[in-house]
Design a protein. Structure first.
Ligand SMILES: Nc1ncnc2c1ncn2[C@@H]1O[C@H](COP(=O)(O)OP(=O)(O)OP(=O)(O)O)[C@@H](O)[C@H]1O
Ligand SMILES: Nc1ncnc2c1ncn2[C@@H]1O[C@H](COP(=O)(O)OP(=O)(O)OP(=O)(O)O)[C@@H](O)[C@H]1O
Ligand SMILES: [Mg+2]
Ligand SMILES: [Mg+2]
Lengths: 307, 236, 236, 307
């Protein structure tokens, strides 16, 4: 049984505490519909308890208690049927979502394992019989370990790795890894999406700036004719591009915030994202104006004379 | 520093198109003093505009030498690197197509260059007002270019070419769209400027009634140029 | 069918800008016979181009009535629905800015309209060649517009306006960029056409040396128009 | 055990034959790298055997034989280690790919179940212990049934559905469903992608046509001035757009065929796709020219006169 590993790790020198945790995607019946959430199973009293509890408490009993995120709309003492049992809401967190945007709920490791078991025996079975791929339950199991003071987490990680042929992650990396793995696949897709969208928006901004420049090519030729230096012309174009990009940025942010609540998954829009986006926008705007600038610099002042 | 504003030596220009080579300017030499105002004559297609474009460093000659204001700007290739600075600071252009910026109003079109050259605002605004008043379009100062008549925009083009205190003015039929009285008053203004501020000017015109306002006549025909004194020239 | 080509009654036009209303045409009446060729005179900004644009159904008047070729095209609003068909089939334009299509060559610019009007290819090509030869630019037939001189492209514009056998020609300084001899030969051509094919013409020009080629003079000043016989008119 | 369902279905009136099949995604070691493939487990002699065998034969023995697709580069009699056993290549198919583009391999149902079991006990377990989500094995199990002549497949499907609370699919739908379910999720993403890309390309084509129109607005004004009818102008613009779209279509097809072999997954480019794309291109081109046409129709002939 895989939980053995936990005890093995606990025996590694310097590890003061090791606990098993599970992560699985389950559906939870909210007042409106079945909501996909990530259920975190943890050993009560060990590492991994819910953060940011805004009302109620963390789990105290080994069975049928649940801590849910406020987004799901439950109140304390609400009853939630999961698997074959009814869980009672004992605590409510704020802002507990996985990186893929699903709200987190916390149950005891024992309950979690039972749910897992049920899923693979009941739900999945009949799903499979229907030829439908089981998509409701994805399970991540992990061992988290606390390191005694005086020991370097990195060394221990190295140690565990060599010795157990397991990968070990240091304390800082841990949370990151846990959530990252859950969304590894979808983040790859999001990454691809992001890249494509950035390329596409660059192309669009380029085209717009190019359009605007082409539309003003005669005037640019005149400006060159009467002696305006290139730098002034380039400045004009880049300015235009930046103004455009900035407007798009503001519009995009407003739009994103307006529709985010309508999204199927909870999407976290962090301030950092906005800042990052801002720099991307600036970059894209500048790159987008290159084509236009090229056209402008190539414009022949003699064009201003002819018909 | 000599008294010469323009010196052209053995200047040639041919246009090469896919199926033929057109020798427009076959080798011309002439000099223009500071303050001299010359009429450039020649049949349609003889190369008048071509010559002005080369003098304005807008079109590259095939060979020869051009000296502007004691500075060699062309000698079988461009000698002067920043021709645009030269244009901005020393040259004034008035072309057949008036080349105004349609999204700026009359005043901004006229003050664009002095502004770029770092002249103080009060100064260039005052000057623009003066010129526009002289040309009879001060009431159009805040008009957009699109709502001007042909003659009005031609006058704005004239005003613009004067606004940056050029040393040399190259004008291609500046009075074509003007009636006779206006044409004469424009020529009077140009002549006054030439004399008072020692500006050299070459003005293409088909209107021989304007001959009295010129010092000299440059006649271009079949690729060659002859220069005569205006007072000694009989047209036709 | 009357012998009138153009009849204008109490025509008015004002330009409304954001801060003022400019009454350019304050109420004019005149008639032009078929085959009559009239000179349109007036100071810069008096409304000559405005009048031509209205007669060409390009600019909407403020009020009045315009009758072209016995058809009322405007009476306080556009009566004629397809003004573009009228232009295509009956009108010829020569404007200050020559308005040629830069990505077509000379020949294609000239034959565009006859082609659109369904004339046979041999026919319109022959005709184009004739006109271009008369205007002295037959050697430029396959040139692109960009490589023409000012006078040459003006002549192409004239050729184009004649190519679709118009009933009425509206010309805005068609000879401005031409030297005197060319200007005269263009006027001779226009006069010949007017007489032989009964084409009515209104030609804006500042060149009073061309007076002998006209039948009548339309003088516009301060918004009003007076018509006189050319033979009885003394300019200045 | 879920295979029971098979026997239950076999007892439904009109069903002449019922067989169990499995579909799982596994990694197979080709000469170059681990390749993701869809392993089809079928009952030898029953429904579901490989189609389009170009050399060798279908499976004959219950164990350790495998039929692979030619794309994978194996020859007959090659040995492939899978799970704890070595499989022998006995047949090679051509064009056997799942709709998601993975090559298919065929093994016996017994082998498939064993692989499944191994995956969930061995591979997955140590993967899970490392906190890594199991992505190598997705399993789809299904029962396929043959209908005796004289019975309507639809009726029987209805019957099975009511009676067993299982979804049943008629013969025609079956193959479709099987593959569709495997890629249900990814096809949703592909759909979203397709829609976004079509919108984006419409925007780009619109912008290009708009640019071109704006760049020629003076000439359009001249054409109106001398009396060219609107219809001719619209024709010109739509023509331009179609030419552009057609060039893009050709370029896109050449490009797609050039890079398809470099793709991580086998992508099937069907002729129908090209035809569909062609119509999309035509549509997009026409829509894309609307903006330009609008601008062109608004152009004022008087513009041709002014400066
Ligand atoms: N779109 C417009 N908006 C406002 N005012 C206009 C507009 N177009 C012309 N005007 C004004 O109307 C008057 C007449 O213009 P118009 O072009 O008809 O003059 P014109 O007689 O042709 O002059 P020119 O000989 O200089 O070409 C001018 O004062 C001009 O500024
Ligand atoms: N870019 C060009 N390519 C080829 N030939 C050209 C080009 N530009 C001008 N030309 C030819 O060179 C000759 C001289 O042109 P230019 O414009 O200098 O004449 P111009 O004397 O100004 O005539 P106009 O009085 O008609 O304006 C013309 O025959 C013209 O066709
Ligand atoms: Mg010229
Ligand atoms: Mg006018």
């Amino acid at each position: 049984m895989f939980e053995d590993v936990k005890y093995q790790i606990r025996n590694v020198e310097g590890v003061s505490e090791a606990a098993a945790m599970t992560f699985q995607t389950i559906q939870i019946p909210t007042s409106l519909k079945q909501e996909r959430v990530t259920a975190v199973g943890y050993e009560i009293g060990k590492i991994g308890k819910p953060q940011n509890i805004i009302s109620g408490r963390e789990l105290a009993r080994e069975h049928y208690e649940i801590v849910v995120d406020t987004k799901l709309g439950f109140k304390l003492d609400d009853k939630i049927p999961l698997g074959r049992n009814i869980y009672t809401v004992v605590g409510i967190t704020k802002g507990a979502v996985s990186s893929s945007g699903e709200a987190l709920v916390y149950i005891s490791l024992k309950d979690a394992q039972q749910l897992q078991f049920l899923a693979s025996n009941d739900t999945i079975r009949s799903d499979r019989a229907r030829g439908i791929k089981d998509t409701t339950s994805t399970i991540v199991n992990t061992i988290v370990a606390k390191v005694s003071s005086g020991y370097s987490p990195k060394d221990i990680a190295e140690n565990i790795k060599k010795w157990k042929h397991k990968s070990a992650y240091t304390n800082e990396k841990q949370v990151e890894i846990l959530t990252k793995n859950v969304i590894e696949k979808s983040s790859k897709q999001i990454g691809l999406f992001t890249i494509i969208l950035i390329i596409v928006s660059s192309v669009i901004i380029s085209l717009i700036i190019y359009t605007m420049t082409i539309g003003k090519i005669k005037e640019i030729a005149i400006l060159k004719l009467i002696g305006m230096p290139n730098i002034e012309i380039v400045k004009m174009i880049v300015q235009q591009s930046l103004v455009l990009g900035f407007l798009a940025f503001v519009a995009g942010n407003i739009f994103a915030n307006a529709i985010k609540s309508k999204f199927p998954k909870n999407v976290q829009l962090l301030p950092e994202d906005s800042v990052g986006l801002f720099f991307v926008v600036v970059l894209v705007s500048v790159i987008g104006s290159l084509f236009g600038i090229y056209k402008a610099l190539k414009a022949n002042p003699a064009q201003a004379i002819g018909e | 520093m000599s008294s010469l504003a323009i010196k052209v030596e053995n200047l040639k220009k041919e246009y090469i198109t896919k199926d033929s080579t057109l020798q427009v300017i076959k080798g011309i030499d002439f000099e223009l003093e500071k303050g001299e105002i010359a009429m450039l004559l020649g049949p349609s297609g003889s190369g008048k505009t071509t010559l002005l474009l080369m003098l304005g460093c807008i079109l590259e000659p095939t060979s020869g030498r051009i000296t502007l204001d004691d500075e060699i700007v062309y000698e079988d290739r461009w000698i002067l690197k920043d021709t645009r600075k030269l244009r901005r600071e020393k040259l004034g252009f008035i072309f057949q197509a008036h080349n105004l910026i349609p999204f700026l109003n009359v005043q901004d079109n006229v003050t664009l260059l002095p502004q770029l050259n770092g002249i103080a605002e009060v100064e260039y605004k005052k000057k623009a007002k003066e010129i526009l008043t002289y040309l009879g379009i001060e009431d159009k100062t805040n008009y957009m270019i699109g709502s001007l008549s042909g003659g009005q925009s031609q006058r704005v083009a004239i005003a613009r070419s004067l606004a940056n205190d050029p040393r040399i003015i190259l004008a291609d039929e500046p009075t074509a769209a003007l009636d006779k009285e206006r044409a004469i008053s424009v020529m009077e203004l140009l002549r006054k400027l030439a004399k008072e501020q020692e500006v050299a000017m070459i003005v293409v015109t088909h209107d021989d009634r304007l001959l009295p306002y010129f010092d000299s006549v440059l006649k271009i025909d079949d690729g060659y140029l002859t220069k005569t004194k205006a007072s000694e020239t009989k047209l036709h």
